[in-house]
Design a protein around this ligand. Structure first.
Ligand SMILES: NC(=O)c1ccc[n+]([C@@H]2O[C@H](COP(=O)([O-])OP(=O)(O)OC[C@H]3O[C@@H](n4cnc5c(N)ncnc54)[C@H](O)[C@@H]3O)[C@@H](O)[C@H]2O)c1
Ligand SMILES: NCCCC=O
Ligand code: NA
Length: 505
């Protein structure tokens, strides 16, 4: 399908409130994963640009127009950004679809979440004003103590491509709400809408330097941001291997990091589910939504053996119904994966599973009706063994693997049999059992009788190798605040009397 008449803006780096050509003048192609065509380009920042952007951010913090703002003043900027994003919703959704490959309706609903998220953090910014200074009760009358919540400083925000503007927003909105100045480095594979956020910030008059946006490669733009001595914190969402590099580099400067990494999350389906079809749909949505590229995808189905044949049959029927097409087509439910590299990686996971003895129950290849684009069929793999790569490693594509269980104990053991700990899901009518599983799951997120719904009010994040720190909700705001203790001697006329006073010698 032809791209609708939409102009892909040619942008520069967004630094100090304006567009600025990268020092080395390099650019990177924008590729539409549905057509494999190059449809534009983005600027490629390097260490020189990072330094300019960090200095601009530091200046913003020193200037009154950003550094001395109240939460209520910052809330006005956040609401203005939300309103502009809302105004441009159809265009931003289309840009995101042709950059990332997700179905248009999913992209549009992500843009709705972006708007809601900016509005939500506007409310939290306002609420921060009354919590900025809080008294701490002491056991002595001779001292008084209080705590100040201050912006942490200049923060580096590094984001992935699977929810381009939404992952950007999860970091930018709380960072600005807290009063930090930020340097954002979105993924080189889907940066268009994050650059458009720069234009929106310019239009609403966000003070220069409060948000700087540097597109570019991880090792050229992301790495110098992490190692920059004047960046106070790094918030990162992306893959485990990159997370390890970031934590290692940040450790050299004792720089705090929050890491939102990958996962291999389980969905446990019991034979007492409310309805087999409802459970089947959630199981597929949990793994194939966003073309299977969700960090929290419940990509390991742990299925009670008593319903296995019946349930797999239902899964197949539902899977056959999934419309795979250009993501701009109406009713598309599965588009291409993000890039050629990802496409090859996903197919390799499938062929390794086959060679290790698993059965490809459905899919496993590119859909025959689509000759171009990085499309992979929704794939269901059975006869999976715990030693297999497909059981252990994150695919980040539409691939579901299945194992059966007999007892609750076995189900829990299988669910937690992973180095990751982002999310877990359980499908059962028995709410006491759901409670037991909620307690036993080793993860930061639990879904009961569903998988993937994601709201901006509760916390988001994982344990084990899925990372640490929490985004969203009030927890995210805390990531961008410095908690400062202020203790005052309340009886300054009284001597402290620790040393012998020379006047009394
Ligand atoms: N836990 C979550 O909330 C969450 C959300 C979305 C994606 N993810 C994870 O993200 C991964 C997919 O995203 P991806 O492929 O974009 O990940 P990635 O690690 O390849 O890239 C993420 C970002 O890091 C940058 N980067 C790469 N190398 C860098 C370096 N050495 N120093 C600094 N920055 C560097 C990239 O340019 C990009 O902006 C998956 O593993 C997925 O599970 C996690
Ligand atoms: N629904 C948002 C999930 C973010 C992680 O990939
Ligand atoms: Na792209």
């Amino acid at each position: 399908m032809a791209i609708p008449n939409i102009r892909i803006p040619t942008r520069q780096l967004f630094i100090d409130g304006d567009w600025r050509e990268p020092v080395k003048k390099n650019r990177l192609p924008i590729i539409n994963p549905a057509t494999e065509e190059t449809i534009g380009d983005i600027p490629a920042a390097t260490a020189e640009d990072v330094d300019i952007a960090v200095k601009a951010a530091r200046r913003a913090l020193r200037r009154d127009d950003w550094g001395s703002t109240t939460g209520a003043q910052r809330a006005k900027y956040l609401r203005a950004i939300a309103a502009k994003v809302q105004e441009r919703r159809p265009e931003l959704a289309t840009l995101e679809t042709i950059d990332n490959g997700k179905p248009w309706f999913e992209a549009a609903s992500d843009i709705d979440d972006v708007v809601a998220c900016f509005e939500y953090y506007a409310d939290l910014a306002e609420a921060l004003d009354s919590k900025k200074k809080t008294e701490v009760k002491l056991h002595l009358d001779s001292f008084k103590s209080h705590v100040l919540r201050e912006p942490l400083g200049v923060v580096g925000l590094i984001t992935p491509w699977n929810y381009p503007l939404l992952m950007t927003t999860w970091k930018v909105a709380p960072a600005l709400a807290a009063g930090c100045a930020a340097v954002l480095k979105p993924s080189e594979l889907a940066s268009i809408t994050s650059l458009e956020l720069g234009e929106i910030c310019r239009e609403v008059g966000l003070p220069p330097g409060a948000l700087n946006i540097l597109t570019g490669l991880g090792h050229e733009a992301g790495s110098p941001l992490v190692s920059h001595p004047d960046v106070d914190k790094i918030a990162f969402t992306g893959s485990g291997p990159t997370g390890v590099k970031i934590m290692t580099a940040a450790a050299q400067l004792v720089k705090p990091v929050t890491l939102e990494l990958g996962g291999k999350s389980p969905i446990v389906v019991f034979d007492d589910v409310h309805d087999l079809d409802i459970a089947a749909e959630w199981t597929l949505f949990g793994c194939f939504w966003t073309n299977g590229q969700i960090c929290s995808a419940t990509s390991r189905l742990i299925l009670q053996d008593t319903i296995a044949p019946k349930f797999l049959d239902r899964l197949l029927e539902w899977t056959k119904n999934i419309k795979i097409s250009d993501p701009l087509e109406e009713d598309c439910k599965l588009g291409p994966v993000i890039s050629r590299g990802q496409y090859e990686k996903v197919l390799k996971f499938i062929s390794t599973a086959k060679s290790e003895g698993a059965t490809i129950l459905y899919g496993g290849d590119r859909p025959q009706h689509l000759k171009k684009g990085y499309y992979v069929q929704p794939t269901i793999i059975t006869d999976v063994d715990k030693s297999m790569e497909i059981w252990k490693e994150e695919v980040f594509g539409p691939v579901l693997c299945v194992k059966t269980f007999k007892t609750e104990e076995e189900a829990i053991e299988l669910a937690n049999d992973t180095k990751y700990g982002l999310a877990s899901a359980i499908m059962s009518k028995d709410l006491e059992r759901c409670e037991r599983f909620t307690k036993a799951f080793q993860s930061g997120i639990v879904w009961i009788n569903c998988s993937q719904p994601c709201f901006w009010q509760p916390p988001w994040g994982g344990k084990k190798r899925s990372g640490f720190g929490r985004e969203l909700g009030e927890w995210s705001l805390e990531n961008y605040l410095n908690i400062k203790q202020v203790t005052q001697y309340a009886t300054p006329d009284e001597p402290w009397a620790f040393y012998k006073s020379p006047s009394k010698l």
